[in-house]
Ligand binder design. Structure first.
Ligand code: ZN
Length: 128
């Protein structure tokens, strides 16, 4: 019998699947530019940066909210949300709408996680 995974385990799994997807999405020949300082690094040394912090579940797995970032920007400079926002605006992302999404009631169940994990694994494969 297949053992059911806990929500926290699924969330962790989606975090890593989604992170890999975001990094591949913006990579060229395995190299990614940090969204907020432009330094270029191999995929493995880049993180998935969130403009609206990760603790907001409604935007945690939003492609509009996530871009590759170097460790310096993402961890030591707390994501540099000011630069991040300016760059999102330049891309034409509606950051006000994104801000509002943050407050949306967002319930995630195991099925939602399973679907997203499958979807992003597949989309990452297509990018490789
Ligand atoms: Zn950086």
């Amino acid at each position: 019998m297949k053992k059911l995974k806990t929500l926290s385990k699924l969330k962790k799994e989606l975090d890593s699947v989604f992170s890999l997807f975001i990094r591949h999405k913006y990579a060229k020949d395995g190299i990614v530019h940090c969204y907020t300082c432009s330094v270029s690094k191999p995929i493995k040394q880049i993180q998935n940066g969130h403009w609206i912090p990760r603790n907001n579940l409604a935007t945690r797995f939003s492609e509009e909210n996530c871009r590759p970032q170097c460790v310096g920007c993402n961890m030591f400079n707390k994501g540099r949300p000011d630069v991040f926002a300016v760059n999102l605006l330049k891309e034409g992302i509606d950051i006000i709408k994104l801000q509002q999404t943050k407050y949306a009631v967002f319930k995630i169940d195991a099925i939602w996680y399973e679907q997203k994990i499958t979807e992003y694994k597949q989309r990452t494969e297509e990018l490789r």
